[in-house]
Design a protein around this ligand. Structure first.
Ligand code: BV8
Ligand code: ZN
Length: 253
C-alpha cells in the first residue's frame, strides 16, 4: 500500500505524536468490533448491555455477555497493529496512546502508557461501595458475584453509556489532542463521544490528522491523510516506509 510522502514528512518533523484507537485495531486479533456488519451491536442492543440501566434491569444477561467477551479476549493475542503502535512509543520526543478499547491488548503488546477512556474488562468493582473486586466472576450462569465488603453488586470496570469517563483519562487525552503535531485515528468509527471529539480537537489545533481504517467513517472526509487498510497491515508498512524515509533524509544531508 502507498504511504503519502507528506505523512512521512510530518511524522519525521513531529515532536508529539498521539494515537486514538478503537475496536478496529483488535479486529485482526479476532475480537469483534461493535458496528461492523458482524459486530457486537448487530445482534445486541448496546443500551441493554453496556449501560447502568441495562445492568440494573438484567444483571444476569449483562454478566453473561461480559463473561463471553472476557473469554474471547483471554484467547486473543495482540496483532501486528498493536505491536507497531508499541514500537512507536519510543520513536518520538513525546507520544500519547489513547484507547477506547477495554481488552488491554495494547498493554500485552508492550505499550507502557495507555490512556483507557472506557476502562477495562479485566478488572471488576462493587457497583455500590466501589471497592475493587478480585474474586471469581466466571460463575455459572444464574449466579452473580457479590461484594464481600457490602454485599453489593459486582460490575466490570468499564465505562457504560451514560457514565462519565475517568476525569484524568479524558483530560490527558484532550491535552494530547490539543497539543500534538500528528494525530492518528486508528480502527474507530468515531461515533462515540466524547472520544469522537478528540480527532476534531487535534485538527482544530493544527495537528496533521491521519485515519487508519479500511472503511469510510464520519472522519474520512475531514482528515489530512487516510490509510484505507486494516491497521495490522497499514501500521507495519508505515513504520517500514518511515525507516526508509529517515535513512534517505540522513544520507542526503
Ligand atoms: C458520556 C465500554 C455523559 C463498554 C463503551 C455527546 C457528548 C457526550 C456524550 C454523548 C454525546 N452524544 C451522545 C452521548 C452519549 C454516548 C454516545 O456517545 N453515544 C453514541 C452512540 C452517540 N456517550 C456516552 O454515554 C459516554 N458517556 O458521555 O457521559 C455524561 C456527561 C456528564 C455526566 C454524566 C454522563 C460513554 C461512552 C462509553 C461507552 N462505552 N465501551 C464495553 O466495551 O462494554 S463504547 C464502545 O463503543 C467502545 O469503547 C467504543 O468507544 C465504541 C465503539 O466504537 P469503536 O471502537 O469505534 O468501534 P466500532 O465498531 O464503532 O468501529 C470499528 C471501526 O473499526 C469501524 O470504523 C471499522 O471500519 C474499523 N475496522 C474494522 N476492522 C479494522 C478496522 N480498522 C482498522 N483495522 C481493522 N482491521
Ligand atoms: Zn461493595
Amino acid at each position: 500500500m502507498e504511504i503519502p510522502e507528506i505523512l512521512l514528512q510530518k511524522i519525521a518533523e513531529a515532536e508529539h505524536v498521539a494515537i486514538l484507537t478503537g475496536a478496529g485495531v483488535s479486529a485482526e486479533s479476532g475480537i469483534k468490533t461493535f458496528r461492523d456488519p458482524d459486530g457486537l451491536w448487530a445482534q445486541l442492543n448496546p443500551a441493554e448491555l453496556a449501560s447502568v440501566e441495562g445492568f440494573m434491569a438484567n444483571p444476569q444477561l449483562v454478566w453473561s455477555w461480559y463473561r463471553h467477551r472476557v473469554e474471547v479476549i483471554n484467547d486473543a493475542k495482540p496483532n501486528p497493529g498493536h505491536y507497531a503502535i508499541a514500537k512507536m512509543q519510543d520513536m518520538f520526543p513525546k507520544f500519547t496512546l489513547i484507547t477506547q478499547n477495554v481488552d488491554r491488548l495494547h498493554h500485552r503488546a508492550g505499550s507502557r502508557k495507555v490512556i483507557e477512556l472506557h476502562g477495562n474488562i479485566v478488572e471488576n468493582h462493587c457497583f455500590d461501595c466501589k471497592s475493587p473486586f478480585t474474586g471469581d466472576t466466571a460463575l455459572p450462569d444464574g449466579h452473580l458475584p457479590v461484594c464481600p465488603i457490602c454485599g453489593g453488586r459486582i460490575r466490570p470496570s468499564v465505562v457504560w453509556f451514560g457514565e462519565m469517563l475517568p476525569v484524568d483519562a479524558i483530560e490527558a487525552a484532550e491535552e494530547a489532542a490539543y497539543s500534538c503535531d500528528v494525530f492518528f485515528s486508528v480502527g474507530t468509527s468515531a461515533e462515540v463521544y466524547p472520544a469522537a471529539n478528540l480527532p476534531v480537537t487535534a485538527k482544530r489545533n493544527g495537528a496533521f490528522v491521519v485515519e487508519v481504517n479500511p472503511n469510510f467513517t464520519v472522519l474520512s472526509g475531514y482528515v489530512d491523510a487516510k490509510l484505507a487498510a486494516p491497521s495490522g497491515e497499514a501500521l507495519p508498512v508505515l513504520l517500514d516506509e518511515f525507516g526508509k524515509y529517515k535513512k534517505f533524509i540522513e544520507e542526503s544531508l
